[in-house]
Design a protein around this ligand. Structure first.
Ligand code: B12
Length: 142
């Protein structure tokens, strides 16, 4: 659609683009989403938008300049908003997630272990227990 309008556009895979040792990728979709004004980070390390964090991000890089959205100043993470919650920390089955830290290698090992038991799902990340708390779907969604 964009090329038909004379705009050059490229996309980047949603996930599984990361280095298996460092668990880091060259392009961060959630940082891009933050810069684009879509939301704010929560204790669960997810980017939470006004409609929640139970979603994935993708990036489309285009040759045109567009006016960015204004970045929200309001917190969407219940804990960062009023100091109560930490559902995500309590619900993490491996204790990889803490209030102020995240052991990504511990989380990754767990995803691989669960993945081995659910091979019929194909290549995917199988846990998401930190993304199903009160911030998963917010009231902005109706
Ligand atoms: C590698 C990777 C993993 C690794 C390591 C994760 C990690 N935290 O480093 C593993 C395999 C463990 C993993 C697990 C999961 N992942 Co993952 N993962 C990625 C991937 C491919 C690359 C991330 C990366 O290396 N970025 C580079 C670094 C430098 O940038 P960054 O990740 O954005 O991190 C910066 C910011 O997030 C910021 N930040 C982080 N937390 C906070 C908090 C505050 C307060 C502030 C100010 C800033 C801040 O600082 C970081 C350093 O600069 C991305 C897809 C992508 N290409 O972006 C998905 C991605 C981040 N994963 C995602 C998801 C959903 C998950 C899981 C829920 C999967 C699951 N089903 O269990 C878990 C959640 C783990 C967690 N709580 O973070 C989503 C997040 C969606 C969202 N709503 O934010 C992404 C964006 C995929 C997508 N296309 O939507 N993941």
């Amino acid at each position: 659609m964009l090329s038909a309008e004379g705009v050059k556009a490229e996309t980047i895979k949603a996930t599984h683009t990361y280095d298996e040792k460092t668990l880091t990728t060259a392009w961060s979709h959630r940082s891009s989403a933050f810069i684009a004004g879509l939301g704010r980070f929560g204790v669960n390390r997810m980017l939470i938008t006004p409609v929640g964090c139970a979603g994935r991000y993708g990036s489309v890089i285009i040759s045109e300049e567009i006016t960015p959205d204004q970045r929200p100043t309001e917190e969407f993470c219940t804990h960062l908003k009023n100091g109560k919650c930490l559902f995500c920390v309590r619900n993490c089955p491996t204790e990889a997630l803490t209030v102020d830290g995240f052991d990504k290698h511990k989380c990754h090992r767990h995803l691989l272990e669960v993945g081995e038991r659910l091979t019929d799902l194909g290549l995917c990340d199988v846990c998401g227990k930190c993304v199903v708390g009160p911030c998963a779907i917010l009231s902005g969604s109706d």
